[in-house]
Design a protein around this ligand. Structure first.
Ligand SMILES: NC(=O)C1=CN([C@@H]2O[C@H](COP(=O)(O)OP(=O)(O)OC[C@H]3O[C@@H](n4cnc5c(N)ncnc54)[C@H](OP(=O)(O)O)[C@@H]3O)[C@@H](O)[C@H]2O)C=CC1
Ligand SMILES: O=C1CO[C@H](CO)[C@@H](O)[C@@H]1O
Length: 321
């Protein structure tokens, strides 16, 4: 097989390189997702298709309950000689029920065991909201309310810093942090967070977060780049019209837009043709006029509300950004 053409990379604040686009792996339902006739899970297959296509950046999380599939896909392509571990950028995330400092290393080791890898390139605090520690991913009381914990985000982050010293993790970052939470970490850390992974798409373009992150040398990784089903961005006529001028599909216009505003999208797909389409965005550029049209779609509207944490004192979306 001819070597795949790779995506450009951005240099993170710690000097490491991150491919500007990654593959998302969140499938509602996680591991229970479809398997093919050979018993290969849809996410495992998607990861293999993505690596064949040229993706080198994969976004995973413990809570997606499919790190094992991600790992199998990655290891299969390493074994085939399609990729080398050192050329990959694998991200995974610490879940809310393991924020207590003494639990952080075990949670990271669990992710590494699930993935079958010795280290990840990026480890994120998934949400800034600690849940009650222990077994359940979303622990609930008898009244059905989510049980929280009062572990401070700085204590969790400091424990994550220890993972870098131990070689389990190359870079650190956060996710779903608002401006105050991000600046608090930046003001107190010894290992700087290089990424804040947040929702970002044409309806929620995150210009303020992008500007803040740029000032601090933090990259914005754009999750839910297509805005979610309810928003039907992929069927939006304005975006489609921009695409027609470039011979590109709406999804490609959206991904290009995100990259041109300085965000790094991680579109999820388990469909080979879409995985390929989403990667085929490096042969065109949106013009200033296209960008103005796309900017005009912003409604400051989130799709991902993290409702399980809505009553948490650190709920991130209670302030402007
Ligand atoms: N940090 C956080 O809190 C969060 C992180 N994430 C991360 O971001 C990733 C992406 O976000 P996600 O919520 O999955 O949503 P996306 O915006 O990536 O949308 C995924 C959906 O779009 C479909 N799709 C993908 N490409 C195309 C295409 N070219 N044409 C038409 N349809 C397409 C997929 O279908 P199909 O798969 O069937 O092809 C799937 O239904 C996640 O997978 C996860 O890794 C997401 C949410 C929160
Ligand atoms: O990463 C994630 C994937 O999507 C979920 C549902 O919207 C989020 O809750 C979560 O943060």
């Amino acid at each position: 097989m001819a070597p795949a053409k790779l995506a450009p990379t951005v240099t993170l604040a710690d000097g490491r390189e991150m491919p500007v686009i990654g593959l998302g792996t969140y499938t509602p339902g996680g591991q229970s997702g479809a398997k093919d006739e050979h018993g290969v899970g849809e996410v495992e297959r998607a990861v293999m298709d993505a690596l064949d296509t040229g993706y080198r950046h994969i976004d995973a999380a413990l809570v997606y309950a499919n790190e094992d599939e991600v790992g199998r896909g990655v290891r299969a392509k390493i074994a085939e000689g399609v990729v080398r571990r050192q050329d990959l950028f694998i991200c995974t995330k610490l879940w809310n029920n393991a924020h207590r400092p003494d639990l952080v290393e075990a949670a990271c080791r669990q992710s590494l065991a699930n993935l079958g890898l010795d280290y990840v390139d990026l480890y994120l605090m998934h949400w800034p909201t600690a849940f009650a520690e222990g077994g359940e991913l979303v622990p609930k009381g008898p009244d059905g309310k989510v049980l929280f914990s009062d572990v401070d985000i700085l204590d969790t982050y400091r424990a994550m810093e220890g993972l870098v010293d131990k070689g389990l993790v190359r870079s650190l970052g956060v996710s779903n942090f608002n401006s105050a939470q991000l600046e608090r970490v930046l003001g107190a850390c010894s290992v700087r967070p290089v990424v804040n992974q947040v929702e970002c798409h044409p309806l929620f373009s995150q210009r303020k977060m992008l500007a803040l992150c740029a000032r601090h040398g933090v990259r914005v990784v754009a999750y839910r780049p297509f805005g979610g089903k309810a928003d039907a961005l992929l069927e939006d006529k304005t975006i489609a019209a921009v695409g027609v001028r470039h011979g590109k599909a709406p999804g490609q216009v959206i991904l290009r837009y995100l990259i041109q505003i300085g965000a790094n999208p991680i579109p999820k797909s388990v469909t080979k043709s879409r995985i390929q389409q989403n990667f085929d965005i490096f042969d065109f550029e949106l013009t200033e006029k296209d960008m103005a049209i796309m900017d005009g779609l912003n409604q400051n509207r989130r799709a991902c509300l993290l409702l399980d944490a809505a009553a948490h004192p650190e709920y991130p979306f209670a302030i402007d950004f």
